[in-house]
Ligand binder design. Structure first.
Ligand code: HEC
Length: 350
């Protein structure tokens, strides 16, 4: 069995870049939280006191005991998914249960002892920068307090990345639908300070999004569930520090992948529920192996790839098991033969 394991393992590590790796990591389940949970359990609205939006929020659930790494069945976040359909406690509340393969993804993720890998991009709520980046972290002058007040007046929240940092994480959690391009001026007034920005679910348009290209120190940008198209996103491809871009549920197309893939800083791109095609995503990833483009767990091609990988793995395991069985049969046969001989010899030795 050992060589088989090694084979699977090396396929995992060195296989062609895939849209969704065979392993289920946080990158694979985050879209599921976004799709099914965040409207009730997000930064803006946390029903039952639960926030499932972004890595930092989900990671905090380990401390709270709602996520038990290595123990899906006893993890509240998972257990709630598998209750009977008419159980009042079942999640997502008021919606049909998740599909079997989605539940399975959560299970596989929670079976890991380490739920988060270093490469998982932090959402704007995440306070700590990746340690490797800290050395070369930009140090702009602190933002003008009057400019921060302006952002707050526009419904925004601006938090230092960590205590004393001049870098800001800005989001517009309350009434995102009433937040439009007019907040961009307030954001640009602190341009060098913005390291993370969320305009998710706001009414921002291409005109507003394109102006964010001036945020020279921006590392993570959330534009998911907005009306932005390629015209608003392509100008952002030149952002020199952009590592994480989420445009899930927007209108971006294949055309935006080429300029984005040329951005050497970009590591994670979320495009599920957009017109972006599987073929274009694969091509872009082939050109930039360290870029992961996430098309969503449910994308038909992604699902097919995942199922094919599982099928191949099981077939290989089965083959190995059959070989073991054959070996065991041969052992039984030769033991039987010898036992017959021994019986005869014992008879003679009486
Ligand atoms: C339509 C709104 C809604 C959606 C969507 C929703 N929830 Fe909930 N959730 C609630 C409410 C309300 C509560 C508090 C009442 C309760 O505990 O049942 C809750 C409570 C919970 C709790 C218990 C929290 C605690 O502190 O014990 C968990 C865990 C949970 N939800 C997980 C999820 C997950 C995972 C999803 C997505 C798959 C989800 N929920 C989707 C409304 C929702």
């Amino acid at each position: 069995m050992k060589p088989l394991f090694t084979l699977c393992f090396s396929l995992l590590l060195f296989g062609a870049p895939s849209v969704v790796a065979a392993e289920v990591g946080f990158a694979q389940v985050e879209p599921l939280f976004q799709q099914h949970c965040v409207k009730c359990h997000g930064a803006a609205k946390s029903l039952g006191g639960l926030n499932l939006e972004g890595r930092a929020a989900v990671e905090a659930l380990i401390e709270e005991g709602l996520l038990l790494p290595g123990d899906p069945e006893n993890s509240e976040v998972f257990a709630r998914l598998t209750l009977a359909e008419d159980d009042k406690l079942r999640m997502p509340k008021g919606a049909p249960p998740l599909k079997a393969e989605e539940i399975d993804a959560f299970r596989k993720w929670l079976e890991h002892e380490k739920l988060f890998e270093a490469g998982d991009a932090p959402a704007p709520a995440a306070a700590a920068a990746a340690p490797a980046d800290e050395a070369k972290e930009p140090t702009p002058d602190p933002a003008d307090p009057a400019a921060i007040t302006r952002i707050e007046k526009a419904g925004g929240v601006a938090l230092p990345r960590y205590a004393g940092s001049p870098l800001l994480m800005i989001s517009f959690p309350s009434q995102p639908a009433n937040t439009g391009d007019d907040v961009v001026d307030a954001i640009l007034a602190v341009a060098p300070n913005v390291c993370e920005l969320s305009l998710a679910r706001t009414a921002v348009t291409d005109a507003g999004a394109a102006r964010l290209a001036a945020l020279e120190n921006l590392e993570a940008l959330h534009l998911e569930q907005t009306a932005v198209t390629d015209a608003g996103v392509a100008p952002l491809a030149g952002l020199p520090r952009l590592r994480y871009l989420n445009v899930y549920g927007s209108k971006v197309t294949d055309a935006v992948l080429e300029p984005l893939a040329k951005n050497g800083a970009l590591r994670r791109l979320y495009v599920y529920e957009t017109p972006v095609s599987y073929a274009a995503a694969k091509k872009a990833m082939a050109s930039r192996p360290e870029l992961e483009i996430n098309l969503g767990w449910n994308h038909p091609e992604v699902a097919r790839e995942r199922l094919t990988q599982e099928k191949e793995r099981l077939e290989a395991e089965k083959k190995a098991a059959v070989a073991q069985l054959e070996e065991a049969k041969a052992q039984i046969e030769s033991a039987d033969e010898r036992l017959t001989e021994l019986a005869k010899e014992l008879e003679v030795a009486k």
